[in-house]
Design a protein around this ligand. Structure first.
Ligand code: F6P
Length: 549
């Protein structure tokens, strides 16, 4: 592999004029409060908004001023964000450490658009796979695809992990409203046998289809579960090996390993090395999503992604939703010492969205060296976490409101519900607006006293406020809107990564544990006492496990 070109040798972040100015400016902003900022500018709530492709962002409850925005936008300029966006869309090998292009945007490019990788237009290939997925989905959904005994498929189990699981799980839950309800979907990811055993315990093999989803087709968890599934299916189908063809399909970039596993490559749905695992839910990895919601809804999902891609690529930064979100994250991470970012969807169907974002954001920006291999000079990716509202309110919101840490929050809500039930949707949305208001403005000691609270109790009932949040609204949760939301966060992550000059598309940090586990598996299972060269703690733990065998 060639070494990174000199263009990656960005100037020190700390030396950039915008960064220096932001450091000074943050001191000023720290002295003021959201209460004051709103009092000084009655229009703030309508001024600090941006809307694009059906997504409305109210960013007025952030601890920012016009000057902050100006400096953050200058920072984006000085970090050449525009050029970096263009490089991604052009198919440059911006995943430097893996020497790969990063082209999840090509997965949602409409027919006729052309995106070149090494001189070859990849868009026709994307649509060929989509067409193959559509034909297969139609067959399974209609019952035309028969299992080994001639019965139609009723159960679909996706076996995958990381990007080959989290996107499919999240999308299935998010779009359940649009799903074909006479099909059962389950997702097996953990190497813990319980995951597989529980997933199949009430299913019969002759009605079950396994989707083995793995970019590499070598991942320990997935291959172990795929072998368990094969054994389970063959047992249930009388041991006839030819049954595999009707009950297993593969989603992978690795045809050789797929064939080795025994899946006919005619039943393989491919993708490409320029699709990162955590950026793959709309590739063939989304086959379970398509089976659930049907090809037309899947194409609507892709259209949503694409609309946000175009917005990100072309909108001026001051109106660019992913750019704004990304810059705010940098602002709080590096100038306010925020260590986490909460994502709080007020939509039950988005219950797995925060978990999905954890891989997207933290595998991407959990990096401590820059593209040119130097130690970063600032904090990078925050911890993303969250739960759907209102459940979180009765759990961890206490800490967000009155704890000692600053936790920027993204509230996500919808103007219309998919399941109207009395006034419940208004109640839900009242909570979104109330929480963001309470966090920003709090409740002063004077207000608490005026309610007749005894003096000793006053400090406990004061809300300092000044806690920042974004409110993201869309009309209704649809496949198209889901695509826009995911792309919004994908490109926010990219924006952050450009400012920090890190590789948001590799994941070397997951390697060491994998390698050590392989070694320890042998030590845990060997018949004879293994020779070990671990530290005393690890050795002791291994012995403890072995003693029970
Ligand atoms: O966790 C590391 C990782 O490589 C992820 O990036 C990826 O999504 C996951 O493992 C699964 O990989 P694969 O799809 O190759 O099985």
């Amino acid at each position: 592999m060639t070494t990174p070109s000199t263009s990656l040798l960005e100037p020190s972040l700390l030396e950039l004029p915008a960064w220096r100015a932001l450091r000074q400016h943050a001191k000023e902003v720290s002295k003021t409060t959201l209460r004051q900022l709103f009092e000084n500018d009655p229009e703030r709530g309508t001024r600090y908004n941006a809307e694009a492709v059906g997504i409305f962002l109210d960013y007025s409850k952030n601890r920012i001023t016009d000057e902050t925005l100006k400096l953050l936008l200058e920072l984006a300029e000085q970090r050449s964000l525009k050029q970096r966006i263009d490089a991604m869309f052009r198919g440059d090998r911006i995943n430097v450490t893996e020497n790969r292009a990063v082209l999840h945007v090509a997965l949602r490019a409409p027919k006729g658009q052309s995106i070149l990788v090494d001189g070859e237009d990849v868009v026709p290939g994307v649509h060929a796979v989509l067409d193959k997925m559509s034909a297969f989905s139609d067959k399974v959904r209609s019952g035309a695809w028969k299992g080994h005994t001639g019965k139609r498929i009723r159960n679909i189990i996706n076996i995958g992990i990381g990007g080959s699981d989290r996107g499919p799980v999240m999308a299935y839950e998010a779009l359940k409203h649009y799903s074909q309800r006479d099909l059962t979907f389950r997702f097996v990811s953990n190497v813990d046998g319980t995951d597989f055993v529980e997933a199949v315990r009430d299913l019969s093999a002759d009605e079950t289809l396994f989707l083995v989803a793995s970019k590499t087709f070598t991942t320990l968890e997935t291959m172990t579960n795929a072998h368990a599934a094969r054994a389970w299916a063959l047992k249930g189908l009388g041991g006839d090996e030819s049954a595999v063809a009707k009950h297993f399909v593969a989603i992978s970039t690795n045809a050789k390993e797929v064939a080795k596993f025994g899946i006919d490559t005619a039943n393989m749905f491919g993708f490409w090395d320029w699709v990162g695992g955590r950026y793959s839910m709309e590739s063939a990895i989304g086959l379970s999503t398509m089976l659930a919601i049907g090809p037309d809804n899947f194409r609507a999902l892709l259209s949503g992604f694409h609309q946000m891609d175009e917005h990100f690529r072309s909108a001026p930064f001051e109106k660019n939703l992913p750019v704004l979100l990304g810059l705010f994250t940098v602002w709080y991470t590096d100038f306010f010492d925020a260590q986490t970012q909460a994502v709080l969807p007020y939509e039950q169907y988005l219950k797995r969205f925060p978990a999905y974002l954890q891989q997207l954001t933290m595998e991407s920006n959990g990096k401590h060296v820059t593209l040119d291999g130097k130690r970063v000079e600032t904090e990078t990716g925050p911890v993303y976490w969250g739960e759907p509202g209102t459940n979180g309110q009765h759990s961890f919101y206490q800490l967000i409101h009155q704890g000692t840490r600053l936790i920027p929050c993204d509230f996500i809500g919808f103007l219309k519900t998919l399941n109207p039930l009395g006034d419940q949707h208004a109640m839900l949305m009242a909570n979104v607006f109330a929480q963001a208001e309470a966090l920003a403005f709090g409740k002063t000691a004077e207000q608490v006293k005026a309610e007749g609270t005894p003096d000793w109790l006053v400090p406990h009932r004061v809300f300092e406020g000044n806690r920042p949040s974004n409110t993201i609204l869309a009309e209704r949760l649809t496949p198209e809107i889901l695509g826009k939301l995911v792309a919004l966060y994908e490109h926010s992550v990219f924006t952050q990564g450009v400012i920090w000059n890190i590789d948001s598309f590799d994941q070397w940090g997951v390697e060491l544990g994998k390698v050590l586990a392989q070694k320890i598996i042998g030590e845990l299972t060997s018949e004879t006492e293994p020779k070990m060269a671990h530290d005393s703690s690890t050795t002791n733990l291994i012995r403890k496990f072995r003693a029970t065998r």
